[in-house]
Design a protein around this ligand. Structure first.
Ligand SMILES: [Ca+2]
Ligand SMILES: [Ca+2]
Ligand SMILES: [Ca+2]
Ligand SMILES: [Ca+2]
Length: 647
């Protein structure tokens, strides 16, 4: 935490610059716009009535066929158009010629890393052992009697996996693919055990690989190199591209190809559980699968427009009683998917998962005749159970709601019950109903050995520009539980930027339980908040334990900037008075507060009531949408106009 705050020194200038810049470019805040609209309505109400009446008559005439075509279909509400957004550099997926680190030296894309699938190199990782390289071409290849050599490529990926001899000979099997394949494949044999470390993560050293073939030999791989084709196409009739279910292998790397048009068919009732999507990483039963690495893959239209269901998952972590360890998903595009991208309950001891530099874009159901549940409960990631050490770093998640109009919860990253040590850092989350949430309790059927704990949410940019979600938007949601083990303990929310052009709760905290003192601390430090509010139900920070008996009492709220674009509404709403409330160094909007249900109008009253925030100030700040392209690209908040910082 200290490091985060120290880093803030350099960030101070940025936020000051941003606030100043924002004032110049955005002289009229949403708040004054509301006021202008209200005054305009008061002034011209008679004319508005007349106009409404004329419009109503015209509409009746149109519907009755008096004017133009008869329109029988209801016209969908379009809502506000999406403003232009600029994604900061270094966030999300970037197509690249080579994302491989074949010589395992921690540097990606060197000349020495581009020898795999080049059609000639027999020892592409340079370890002195010739790998078992099998070439597959969907057009010119032929299965038996071809042997998969460069001169005799086989035709299908599944056949290549069948003739691969596995790890026992000490040479890993590398399948190089060229062409378009309409296959559902299952993995058969894993790689040679062993790993190497890069950026603090264990990657497989000698994995079984399925990799796009650099067929033109220029050192550039598909899908970046458009001259090389490597596509698995399910043609909207195949359920899954790659499954690890039957054999549950370890040491596997999938790279440089496209997976498209799998899953999705809504009426296929013959599907087995959790098998609709692109990849399933594990199976049922027992055991451990480790060192699974997926990178530089473009997932296009997997489960696109499929109804929301728990079995509809792009990359399934479903692993009943299995342990999954060292799973990395780096620099991939998941474009236009529905329901879940990652979902499952990685079993006890599972962990170190890394999701880094991926871009996710939702595209859910659009058939208005489907039940409301078909539009609900989608998430990029929903994982629960006793696993630990999960990182989401520099991803871009786009809810894309204007394209498909979600009705229910639309989530980014969900951390379920029993999870520990989650790091959610540097991500850009756009137009999601619940961008980030953490849960401690999920029903009586589960056993709880400890609370969900140590969630770090740092340096993310959370933006909402969609005003038509059915449920109020919550930037970060912390949920309640039943017991001290079935709840949420430590959560640190630091250096993030929250921005919504419609009303929301940037942080909504229900942390509490029914058994005894609530464990942990909620820390909210160094963030910038901008919210438009239309009522006292909404605030930047909303704290309410509901009916739970033991609410969270430990809060640290320091060095944040709160800007309120929507009127005289609260900065903070607390339905009770947390007994250990430590706050300071904040800049609050002039909108006031609610504490233990009582409205507080001024900062001095707030300071007296909470016995905190002595060095905070109350001021109006104009905050720019951080993705507008006009604001500095990265700008965690912190004490603008003041050098006072609290440690
Ligand atoms: Ca390298
Ligand atoms: Ca080798
Ligand atoms: Ca082998
Ligand atoms: Ca190439």
């Amino acid at each position: 935490m200290t490091a985060d705050i120290d880093d803030g020194v350099s960030q101070l200038d940025k936020i000051q610059a941003m606030s100043k810049f924002a004032k110049e470019l955005q002289p009229s805040s949403t708040r004054s716009r509301f006021e202008r609209n209200r005054r305009a309505i008061m002034k011209h109400w008679k004319w508005i009535l007349v106009a409404s009446f004329v419009c109503g008559v015209l509409e009746l005439m149109i519907q009755g066929g008096c004017i133009g075509e008869h329109v029988s279909e209801p016209v969908a509400k379009v809502g506000s158009p999406r403003p232009e957004m600029v994604i900061p550099e270094g966030k999300g997926y970037t197509p690249r010629a080579c994302g491989l680190d074949m010589n395992r030296n921690g540097v990606i894309g060197e000349p020495a890393d581009r020898l795999v699938a080049d059609g000639k190199t027999s020892d592409p990782d340079g370890d002195g052992i010739d790998e078992d390289i099998i070439y597959v071409c969907s057009e010119t290849g032929a299965n038996w009697p071809n042997d998969g050599s460069i001169d005799q490529p086989v035709r299908t990926i599944q056949y290549a996996l069948e003739i691969a001899d596995g790890p026992e000979d000490g040479a890993e099997d590398i399948i190089c693919i060229s062409g378009t394949f309409n296959e559902s494949i299952h993995l058969i044999k894993g790689g040679v055990p062993g790993h190497y470390e890069r950026d603090g993560f264990q990657f497989p050293k000698n994995p079984t690989m399925i990799v796009g073939w650099d067929r033109d030999g220029d050192g550039e791989y598909p899908p970046y190199d458009k001259d090389d084709i490597a596509v698995l196409d399910g043609q909207n009739r195949l359920d899954m591209a790659i499954t690890n279910r039957p054999n549950k292998i370890s040491y596997f790397e999938l790279a440089h190809l496209t997976i498209t048009n799998y899953g999705r068919q809504p009426d296929n009732v013959t599907l087995d559980q959790m098998d609709r999507g692109a990849i399933r990483l594990s199976g049922i039963g027992s055991g451990e699968q480790s060192h699974l690495y997926i990178h530089d893959v473009e997932f296009q239209g997997v489960n696109k427009s499929a109804p929301s269901e728990s079995a509809t998952i792009v990359v399934s972590f479903w692993s009943r009683k299995n342990t999954l360890r060292h799973v990395a998903f780096i620099n991939n595009l998941v474009n236009e998917f529905s329901s879940y991208c990652f979902r499952g309950a990685p079993h006890n001891g599972s962990g170190h998962f890394r999701f880094q530099n991926n871009t996710f874009k939702f595209y859910g159901v659009t058939d208005p005749n489907l039940a409301e549940t078909a539009f609900s409960y989608a998430a990029v990631a929903k994982m629960w159970s006793n696993h630990s050490n999960v990182e989401y770093i520099d991803n871009v998640i786009d809810g894309n709601p204007r394209a498909w109009r979600p009705k229910g919860y639309l989530s980014g990253i969900r951390s379920g019950h029993g999870t520990e040590n989650y790091t959610i850092r540097g991500n850009v989350l756009i137009d999601l109903g619940t961008p980030i949430s953490v849960k401690g309790y999920a029903g009586r059927q589960f056993v709880y050995t400890h609370p969900s704990n140590n969630l770090r949410i740092d340096r993310n940019i959370i933006v909402n520009t969609y005003d038509d979600f059915r449920k109020p938007v919550k930037g970060i949601l912390i949920m309640a539980g039943r017991t001290q083990n079935a709840t949420v303990a430590d959560v640190a929310i630091t250096n993030n930027v929250f921005y919504s052009s419609s009303e929301w709760n940037a942080i909504r905290c229900h942390a509490a339980n029914n058994e005894g003192p609530q464990p942990g601390t909620i820390t909210i430090t160094g963030n910038t908040f901008y919210g438009a509010f239309d009522s006292d139900e909404f605030a930047h920070i909303y704290i309410n334990p509901g009916r739970r008996k033991f609410p969270q009492n430990n809060f640290v709220v320091t060095n944040n900037v709160f800007a309120n674009g929507g009127g005289e509404h609260p900065n903070v709403i607390a339905s009770y008075a947390p007994s250990n409330w430590s706050a300071g160094g904040n800049v609050y909007d002039t909108g006031g507060f609610i504490w233990a249900g009582e409205k507080i109008q001024t900062l001095s009253q707030w300071q007296q009531t909470t016995v905190a925030d002595a060095d905070s100030e109350q001021a109006t700040r104009a905050i720019e949408n951080p993705l507008s392209g006009r604001a500095p690209p990265s700008q965690p908040g912190r004490t603008p106009g003041s050098t006072r910082r609290r440690r």
